[in-house]
Design a protein around this ligand. Sequence first.
Ligand SMILES: Cc1cc2nc3c(=O)[nH]c(=O)nc-3n(C[C@H](O)[C@H](O)[C@H](O)COP(=O)(O)O)c2cc1C
Length: 198
Amino acid sequence: MTKKVYVIVHSLWGHVKTLGESVVEGLKEGGVEAKLWQVPETLPESVLTAMHAQKFDLPIIKAEDLPEADGFIFGLATRYGGASSQIRSFVDSTGSLFASGALDGKYGGVFTSTSTQHGGLETTALTFIPFFAHHGINFVPFGYKSGQIFGHEEVHGGSPWGAGTVAPSDGSRNVSDLEKKIAHEQGKRFAAVLNRVQ
Ligand SMILES: Cc1cc2nc3c(=O)[nH]c(=O)nc-3n(C[C@H](O)[C@H](O)[C@H](O)COP(=O)(O)O)c2cc1C
């Protein structure tokens, strides 16, 4: 049966969403079903307006949607070196799935977005792993095998943890072609891992 992967993002200005679209394309190329979701927004409208937040036409995920997928890849916009509270709030809503072990044995990955090169790309990924561990979800890293994150010719996000982008909050930089390529490859590699297991 075709495996199903949910790509779940929180994105205020679109960078994480753009990466998520490339991850979805890679997953599909890798032969699995893939769907892009966003987590519920938790900030008041007045704050979102002040932040010039964008609105995205993506379905909003609920905890009870998770068991139907074989894997999840979370798109994490960094806040103070970790995942945003919107993502944290969503994972905090998975308590009943934790209690029943509904996600045990599934597969998980992450990709990240920071406004600065060293503003938390790795800490955001690393500090999200306990969520997977507590649910018994197998973390699937991006690794180095594809070779795509070795280059030094241009500034780029992405690490052995997962794809990534460098997204200054003044909107002066869009997700680069290389970062999209890395995100696409992450999706493809995640699909390959899923297709290797029962
Ligand atoms: C409250 C807040 C805290 C942030 N903290 C960090 C941070 O610790 N490090 C960093 O590099 N960028 C930080 N950023 C920048 C965001 O991570 C960046 O703008 C975001 O990843 C862009 O993704 P998006 O366009 O999908 O929303 C912060 C942004 C906000 C609003």
